[in-house]
Ligand binder design. Sequence first.
Ligand code: PNW
Length: 467
Amino acid sequence: APSYLTEGRADFPAGFVWGAATASYQIEGAAAADGRGPSIWDTFSHTPGKVAGGDTGDVACDHYHRYAGDVRLMGELGLHAYRFSVAWPRIQATGSGPANPAGLAFYDRLTDELLAAGITPYATLYHWDLPQALQDAGGWAERDTAFRFAEYAELVHARLGDRVRNWITLNEPWVAAFLGYASGVHAPGVQDPAASFRAAHHLLLGHGLATRALRAAGAQEITLVINSSPVVTPAQVHDPSAPVAEADAEAVRRVDALLTRQFLDPALRGHYPAEVLEIVRRHGGTAHIRDGDLETIHQPIDLVGINYYNPCVVEAGPGEPADPAWPGTEDVRFSPAEAPVTAMGWPIVPTGLSRLLLRLAADYPEVGLLVTENGAAFDDVVSDDGRVRDTDRIAYLDGHLRAVHAALEGGADLRGYIVWSLLDNFEWAEGYRRRFGIVHVDFSTQRRTPKDSALWYRDVIQRNGVR
Ligand code: PNW
């Protein structure tokens, strides 16, 4: 690995934002409190066989009741920013109609607590907990959901907009559309490639409509968050200049189009990549993409948020079996990068983050970048002395922060870094067995224990750099 990723000091620019992230369904619990309606993740997690261990978000970290203590913890860690999400079914139990005042009141209290602690709130409007009633009408595969989302966004902004300046419309539309509606590994568990492309488009349309509404209401900074990865051949993982055969290059372009350009080209340029349109034509057609939609989606935004975990490694040649999350790539073989792995089995390749950020900075110079998620799951244990010695997580974060620093040195307009996650939490289809937190949560007592990585991160923030 290049030495800049493993040793020496790396100082960050003044004003660089340091944060931590969570999402509503993963931490809040209180699933039936104060008029909250069911979301697709309640339905999914309560369906036997969908989530490891039969885990649900019914209680999770009980953050709904413990938010004040959790904000105190954030203050002790010195966080500048906290990225959380708003649970749509707390605001509208069935996804439409007037706002539920008790639901809004929770985020109002949370916002005030954060501001009192000197922490900037970054509010994500959609982190996957769609009201079940909207799914009963077709969910994101239906056009109407995009309009409902924009109405919901306005309701949240009307209550918090005097204090929350940083707004994120969607978290990871690729995951919502393709794990939700193609592979079915996530809620709502649909397995229909045509529906997944409609979902992707309607998520984008919802982003555009919500952005228009938020901007009209005076929102300061609007961000679209995508999960992204550099797409590379096996040989390129550790050698970016390795030669690539034309068939492999074509596989790389197509997968990159599906993962990244499918979202950024419409949002930032007002068109779909040709590779994506070609695939959509073979999976249900393009009739759902109506005249004017791309203008609506193409609203000025301030930042693109990047959630990075690992590179995406592909080459020409049939996947055995084909991965249902990637319709249109049946002639592409996906493989894990050759590298040590986290408890998720995800390869650890910090250089992938610098490569990704520099590529996005070069291809989309019109927008600023923010790392909105990066982190790792490991099998952490609390020692008898009360410490969690997660040296593997510290090494992961240290390597990725050096990669972020390298991207800054390379000229990327990168505003900050937000670690995933503040707390161990409900890791979707993996349940509670995968721990991403820098703070350990004992799910039988709800006790929080800052891991060694949290104390290390506090020092990083304090000196604005790694050493
Ligand atoms: C992201 N994949 O999810 C989410 O934004 C978080 O809520 C989540 O806890 C975190 O990353 C860790 O998983 C992803 O399969 C889930 O490509 C799955 C994938 C990517 C991101």
